[in-house]
Write a protein that binds this ligand. Structure first.
Ligand SMILES: Nc1ncnc2c1ncn2[C@@H]1O[C@H](COP(=O)(O)OP(=O)(O)OP(=O)(O)O)[C@@H](O)[C@H]1O
Length: 552
């Protein structure tokens, strides 16, 4: 398919506000996508790679601005792009507003094409080769490739190319709409598509299997070692609620660390974070432990925690010092000791266990890890007293709280359902997205001094407060470096940021407030930590804040 045709269809979808109409436009697009089906299924979600893949384009906003400026002509500077962005509000509209024709001669010379001739598969393969550039000079090569692509774009193509490159398609097509469109386009049940998506995490692949092999093909899809799945999540709740609903509850320690999915193929181990990023390299002792202990190929779920010299748990911030580290891994291994606490088993020795009850999965986990202490201890009971004793023991041992699990529950990837409840006594915190900031003053003039934090509200983010306390000077420096690549525009002291960084923020109370678009303000908000393991899409939602505000 011509890239321009896809862009026109995307514009029509963007202009449609009805959910059903959107699904039917997407379904029509998918059913006409021929050999580009997988790519188109990803592009309309602003993705080049499947969700399970750790591969990224790794193009920051500033590199994209430079590429657009260069393609727009010799008189256009990156600052002009930023100024237009402040006026028009989003990068697609900015890219579309330039005439890239002035550079066409150059592009024709370099890439052998001209505007409006790009195909979907060419754009895909250019972006994939761009993702592969690494090492010294890679930013320049990326810039050249991106510049080359923009110079070949008509205005509408530039609009969607810019958005795909920055992973923000903004055509109102959420995951549910794509799932329903795949079901409609290829006449397969939506829940079969949903399950296939949970197992594979790959919309492009699922669309192709739905078209080529129908519902049977989708049902036959299996977990694959090395391809992470989304983690099952929990809601806040109490032991009484659990026992009332399930009859009995499994109580298990809630470890305060970072979620890790372990994939062992019998020879090598890969580790994935809750966002499905590959975190194998920073965690060598977990890799060693699993390769020495696991008896069969498997996929395990667990929490990596940091411990002190007595083996007692340290707060989760200590784990995050190790989690995404690319350099000095051996040095940090000496400074922060990590251990795995495995609590679930999704696959063992060629058999998928997602549809088995947690009791079965836990029994398999014990045998896969050969009775190791890394397997979480559990009790199953209908006695609130026994759970209270278990909770006290977990807290006294320095853990965060307890998890309560429905003994009959299957593993539902990505779901925050009623089958896992978490209980922790500490003050509430919210995981909020940094969407704006202000430069500091005086001693802190070169650093960001205040962060505007937002809750997730559907596809957008609604501010709920400003965080300026709880941050040391050293942390401010780190946080400034972390946020700078996401600056969209600046005006005086104030900075607009694209949603990328997630903060855990403590507070005393949630108050109603007309000041912020969320309708709430946090009383005494304070910075607790960067949630490196979360994306804006998994930050706390306005619904949760509604519930918390009500229950105060
Ligand atoms: N025994 C356990 N079983 C399941 N999850 C556990 C367990 N111990 C610790 N956890 C952690 O608790 C998390 C469940 O809480 P939730 O789904 O609300 O995640 P969260 O938003 O990160 O919450 P929190 O900030 O409270 O950890 C899991 O993602 C996992 O990382």
């Amino acid at each position: 398919m011509k890239f321009e045709s896809l862009c026109k269809r995307s514009a029509a979808i963007e202009a449609e506000s009805g959910d059903l109409e959107t699904v039917s436009l997407v379904a029509a697009l998918l059913s006409e996508s021929d050999e580009d089906l997988s790519t188109i299924t990803r592009f309309i979600q602003g993705r080049v790679f499947p969700a399970w893949s750790s591969e990224t384009l790794n193009i920051g906003t500033s590199l994209c601005h430079v590429a657009i400026a260069r393609a727009a002509g010799p008189n256009v500077r990156p600052e002009d792009i930023e100024n237009r962005l402040a006026e028009r509000g989003e990068i697609g509209a900015v890219a579309e507003s330039y005439d890239f024709g002035g550079q066409q001669g150059l592009a024709a010379f370099g890439a052998g094409g001209s505007q409006g001739r790009l195909t979907v598969s060419e754009v895909d393969s250019e972006l994939r080769s761009l993702a592969k550039t690494s090492g010294s000079g890679s930013q320049d090569r990326k810039l050249d490739l991106l510049f080359g692509l923009f110079t070949r774009c008509s205005p509408i193509e530039a609009r969607y190319l810019a958005r795909i490159v920055l992973s923000e398609m903004r055509i109102g097509v959420g995951e549910g709409a794509v799932r329903d469109a795949i079901a409609d386009a290829f006449s397969v049940p939506a829940d079969t598509v949903e399950r296939a998506l949970q197992v594979t995490n790959d919309y492009g692949h699922v669309a192709r299997v739905a078209r080529e092999d129908g519902a049977d093909g989708l049902t036959a899809l299996q977990l694959e070692i090395g391809r992470p799945v989304q983690a099952m999540l929990a809601q806040a709740g109490t032991a009484a609620e659990g026992i009332d609903t399930w009859g009995e509850a499994i109580a298990e320690t809630k470890f305060d660390g970072a979620r890790v999915q372990v994939h062992y193929d019998g020879t090598s181990v890969s580790l994935f974070s809750r966002n499905m990023d590959d975190v194998t390299d920073p965690l060598p002792e977990i890799v060693e432990f699993v390769s020495e202990t696991a008896t069969v190929p498997c996929i395990l779920d667990g929490e990596v925690i940091a411990i002190d010299e007595n083996g007692d748990p340290l707060p989760f911030q200590a784990v995050l010092r190790r989690f995404r580290r690319k350099h000095d891994i051996a040095k940090m291994r000496n400074e922060v000791t990590l251990e795995l606490n495995a609590f679930d088993c999704l696959h063992a020795d060629g058999v998928d266990l997602l549809d088995e009850p947690v009791t079965e999965r836990h029994a398999t986990l014990r045998s896969v890890l050969d009775g190791s202490q890394a397997v979480s201890e559990t009790i199953q009971t209908d006695s609130l007293d026994k759970i209270a004793v278990f909770e006290t023991q977990s807290l006294e041992a320095g853990h965060e709280g307890i998890m309560l699990k429905d003994p009959a529950a299957v593993y539902s990837p990505g779901n925050r359902g009623q089958h896992w409840l978490k209980r922790k006594p500490d003050i509430e915190t919210l995981d909020l997205v940094v969407t704006g900031a202000e430069w500091g003053e005086g001693r802190r003039a070169n650093h960001i001094g205040t962060f505007l934090v937002s809750v997730r509200d559907g596809d957008s983010f609604a501010p709920i407060g400003k965080v300026a306390t709880g941050i040391t000077d050293a942390q401010l420096e780190e946080l400034t470096t972390l946020c700078e690549p996401h600056i969209l525009s600046e005006s005086g002291q104030s900075i607009d940021l694209s949603p990328a960084v997630v903060f855990e923020v403590g507070y005393e109370e949630i108050q109603q407030s007309p000041t912020y678009a969320s309708g709430y303000a946090l009383r005494f908000p304070r910075f607790v930590a960067v949630r490196d393991d979360k994306t804006p899409e998994t930050a706390d939602s306005l619904d949760r804040v509604d519930r918390l505000a009500e229950s105060q």
